[in-house]
Design a binder for this molecule. Structure first.
Ligand code: ADP
Ligand code: MG
Length: 914
């Protein structure tokens, strides 16, 4: 086992029916459980299948193999439900170092067909790969259908070879096999949806802690559920009172006339764990905990009950949930009015934001399918809701307000899929910079939370607004208007020139184009409009037009093929008035006009955004502020663009030597158990594993060696010169400390440089790094960080001294796709310097892209490389070379986003881990 990989850790995961099991290694102390599983959990037939024939002593042998003294060579995982071993899968190398391992598994008869075997094998695949195992082999009886089912369901290629009634199965464990990942994802989704049904489509509900006191949370919820018209039985539980709001209350969960699918807990913190455990015992499958202020012990007990009894949990500190489906009608939130039934899914972390959002949506007239106030998010997260909305058949717009992501990589993956079918909007709430202290490289400093979040949202196709107001404004447009063409070319029309110019500026600011209008459109407008009108884009109709001209003008613009969207700004005038007979908005869209997105700006409007009904009965959003309209159109354009992009494959990684890289890092971590910056030689070796072009360098430890190094490298250097840098472990920015000398052209200079550095840095200096001078070029920064929240992230920016001054950079989540590698350089403001412009040739783009792909592969494969900083990477038309590379490693477990497991929440009072 490699030292940077801790032993398999325990994880809870969902079976296909939504049951939670604990997956953990089988230990020496589990002998009795293993025996019990094989002797009593399995029928004779199952045992015969498992052991290729009946053998009385077989269970003893398995128990010896998994729990006896020889168990060190065996990798065994067990699935535990409520403390009982219900399944086991193990593997053992067929021969040391062969890369092939014999796989065996057993599942208790009562637990068949629930995905226990598949889940265990998935976890075993993960653990086995980490140990260098490249294939599983298994001998099975042809009739052992359950085992064959596990193999075929896995999603990995399976090779079968029939031999005397036994089938020899071979399963190669190639990394990152797309089919496998998809299959794992799909199983995760099925299990997740099964487990969420009790929460979001409960048939029976109990409110625990409803009290007689008017205004108490429990009582309010009870009344709201009742008034909301919940379609199933509703029970109140309160040991101290017999009647609440005219309803009989039961003294305990156990006393209820039936099992509540969902229980809403509104009891004091100390009573939460007990109530949760009672619910679990009774067979409840979902909890919404409204209580806040649980201490760490209470939180742990709550989680324990949930996992033990397979209950999904919303909260604690939740405001509740609402499900408007007429078949359910559950209003279990104490925020505001029962949301209008509709098609927007809403999930918020903070209750206050939730209320604000629901109010604004209600005001606009956007109905809600499901509302969930996630609260402290111990279990159910935004990710779960996205999956639910994707397949509930009712939701066509998702609105999220999240301060953090339970599992950002999983979130990014789910969001990427869900955003293909429905718009997902979120408020980029931003995070503080605390927690990033100590980050020393440019890359780490550049990877601010904002950069990271923007990256995540953009890559996942999520529409990220900067405020709740902007979110609602964008939602208003996306909810009713078609998407524009991805080019987002807007025609602005106004009947007051000044407003048109403001709107045009707002469009430019939002990154939208105002294309010139085709000649025939201009001619048409000239005919239509009065003499002083502006017929270029923005179109100024002047105040001297009436409704008929305005409508004709909009019709003409809608016909122009350079126009993808209309932004119409109207001020009531003597000719165009906003009255009941002739409402302004009737003009905005009419029968027969090409269906393109329209945003209106009505300057006498009092609210920021509202819907207006058009002549054809459709609704379109009208804004008080042109900037809000422009931003909403820009969001729609971004979504259209994102949808138009075909999914891109991961950038072809360089022929990387992953194993050597892992060994280098392991070796460093053996001598530096707490991690640290790699010395220049190790850093160079590691970069070499990913074919990253680092300039030659020699570390000189004396004046004499400095002279020799200079002589050796001068012929390689630009104009026959070398650069020299004082080195000491842990150094940060060398030039700032005067530790870089450039353009050394003679032995004397080399000697003098060594002497000078030695005099200035004394014993701190652990040698002089001598390099050939690189020819001048564009100095770039390419780097990677392992973000605690988002995982590995690759950055490209302007480097050298410009790094921090200009802050010109772009980032993407690793692994980079072909398109990422293609588009990153163009993202920079300095793009023309890289891509070439008249008089200045482009840099070697192919080489730059290889560097991006290489750094991405390094960051993806080696999660211990927490900061990689190539700065500068000097880019020229004839190639790219890095002259300064710094890499920091830290011992940390690798994280596999494809391993199905429930999140480990950061519980109250506990420091949140990475
Ligand atoms: P630091 O980033 O720690 O200050 P660098 O090694 O990046 O130190 O050197 C600082 C600057 O010196 C670089 O940005 C680059 O402009 C220049 N430089 C460093 N090494 C070379 C080299 N081998 N060839 C050309 N220029 C170099
Ligand atoms: Mg540098």
């Amino acid at each position: 086992m490699s030292i940077t990989e801790p032993p398999v850790s325990a994880a809870e995961a969902l079976l296909t029916d939504g049951t939670t099991v604990l997956v953990r290694p089988v230990e020496a102390g589990d002998r009795a459980a293993v025996l019990e599983l094989h002797e009593h959990g399995m029928s004779d037939t199952s045992r015969r299948m498992r052991f290729l024939g009946a053998s009385r002593v077989a269970p003893q042998m398995v128990a010896d193999r998994l729990c006896g003294p020889g168990r060190s060579g065996v990798l065994a995982l067990g699935a535990w439900a409520d403390g009982r071993l219900v399944g086991e899968a193990d593997c053992e190398a067929t021969a040391p170092g062969s890369g092939s391992a014999e796989l065996a598994m057993a599942v208790a008869d009562a637990w068949h067909h629930r995905g226990v075997g598949t889940l265990l094998v998935e976890h075993l695949v993960h653990a086995a790969r980490k140990r260098g195992i490249r294939e599983f082999v298994a001998d099975t009886l042809a009739g052992n259908r359950s085992v064959h089912r596990v193999f075929s369901d896995l999603g990995l290629p399976v090779h079968r070879h029939l031999d005397h009634g036994e089938i020899r199965v071979r399963v190669p464990l190639d990394e990152d096999d797309e089919g496998y990942l998809r299959a794992v994802d799909e199983r995760g989704r099925t299990a997740d949806l099964a487990s969420l049904a009790a929460l979001l489509r409960p048939r029976t509900v109990a409110v625990v802690g409803a009290s007689r006191r008017t205004g108490s949370v429990g009582r309010t919820i009870l009344l709201k559920i009742r008034r909301g018209g919940f379609t199933g039985p509703l029970w109140a539980v309160n040991p101290h009172t017999g009647v609440i709001a005219g309803e009989p209350a039961y003294p305990g969960i156990a006393e209820l006339p039936g099992v509540p699918d969902l229980a809403v807990l509104a009891v004091p913190p100390a009573a939460v764990p007990g109530a949760a455990e009672d619910c679990g015992r009774a067979g409840t499958k979902a909890l919404v905990v409204l209580t806040s202020g649980l201490d760490a012990a209470q939180a742990r007990r709550l989680m324990h009950s949930c996992r033990r009894h397979s209950m999904r949990l919303v909260g604690p500190n939740s405001l509740g949930i609402a499900q408007t489906d007429p078949q359910i009608r559950l209003d279990a939130e104490f925020g505001g009015a029962f949301p209008l039934p509709g098609t927007a899914g809403v999930a918020v972390q903070s209750g206050g934001v939730g209320i604000a959002l629901l109010e604004r949506l209600a005001w606009l007239g956007i109905g809600v399918s499901t509302f969930v106030s996630l609260g402290d998010k111990y279990d159910v997260s935004g990710n779960d809701l996205l999956q639910w909305w994707e397949s509930d058949g009712r939701t066509d717009l998702a609105l999220l307000h999240l301060e953090s992501f339970g599992s950002p990589r999983a979130f990014a993956r789910t969001a990427r899929r869900v955003t293909r079918t429905l718009p997902v909007l979120t408020v980029d709430a931003g995070r503080s910079d605390a927690g990033r202290r100590g980050a020393a490289s440019h890359t780490a400093a550049a990877a601010t939370p904002t950069v990271t979040r923007e990256t995540l949202f953009r890559q996942a196709g999520i529409t990220a607004a900067h405020s709740v107001a902007e979110l609602v404004e964008a939602a208003a447009l996306l909810h009713t208007q078609p998407l524009p063409d991805g080019r987002g070319r807007v025609a602005v029309v106004s009947n007051a020139g000044g407003i048109g110019i403001l709107a045009a500026d707002a469009c430019a600011e939002a990154g939208l184009q105002l294309p010139p209008l085709p000649a025939d459109t201009v001619a048409e407008l000239r005919d239509l409009l009065p003499a002083g009108a502006g017929t270029a884009n923005p179109v100024d109709t002047t105040a001297a037009v009436g409704p008929a001209e305005l409508r004709a003008c909009l019709d003409a613009l809608a016909r122009a093929d350079t126009v993808d969207a209309l932004l119409v700004c109207l001020v009531p005038t003597a000719l165009v008035q906003d009255d009941a007979d002739q409402p302004l908005h009737a003009l905005l869209h009419g029968p027969g006009r090409r269906h393109l997105p329209v945003a209106a700006v009505l300057l006498d409007q009092e609210v920021p955004v509202q819907y207006r009904t058009c002549a054809d009965g459709g609704r379109l959003p009208s804004y008080a502020d042109p900037a809000a309209a422009a931003r909403a159109l820009a969001h729609a354009r971004d979504r259209a663009r994102w949808l138009a992009e075909p999914p891109s494959a991961p950038a072809a990684p360089p022929a990387a030597d992953t194993d050597r890289a892992r060994r280098l890092i392991d070796a460093f971590l053996t001598t530096h158990p707490d991690g640290g910056w790699l010395d220049p030689e190790t850093a160079a070796d590691l970069l070499d594993c990913y074919r990253l072009p680092l300039t030659a360098s020699i570390r000189a430890r004396s004046e004499h060696e400095a002279v020799l190094a200079g002589r050796t490298l001068r012929p390689l250097g630009h104009e026959g010169r070398v650069a020299a840098k004082a080195y000491w472990p842990g150094q940060v920015h060398k030039s700032a400390e005067g530790a870089v000398r450039l353009g050394i052209g003679s032995d004397t200079d080399a000697r003098e440089c060594y002497r000078d550095f030695r005099a200035r840095f004394g014993d701190r200096m652990a040698g002089l790094v001598v390099q050939p001078m690189a020819a001048p070029g564009l100095e770039l920064l390419v780097g990677a960080v392992q973000d605690e929240v988002f995982g590995p992230l690759v950055l490209l920016g302007l480097g050298g001294t410009a790094t921090d001054v200009l802050g010109d950079r772009t980032a993407r989540l690793a692994p980079l796709t072909e398109r990422d590698v293609e588009t990153m350089p163009a993202d920079l403001r300095a793009a023309p310097l890289i891509l070439g412009r008249p008089g200045a040739p482009e840099t070697d783009l192919a080489a730059l892209r290889r560097v991006l792909a290489g750094v991405s592969a390094l960051a993806w494969d080696q999660p211990q490389a927490v900061e990689v900083d190539l700065n500068p990477l000097i880019a020229r038309p004839d190639g790219v070379v890095c002259v300064d590379a710094r890499i920091r490693v830290e011992p940390r477990p690798s994280f596999d986003p494809y391993l199905r497991r429930l999140r480990r929440p950061a519980l109250a009072g506990e420091a949140s881990g990475p």
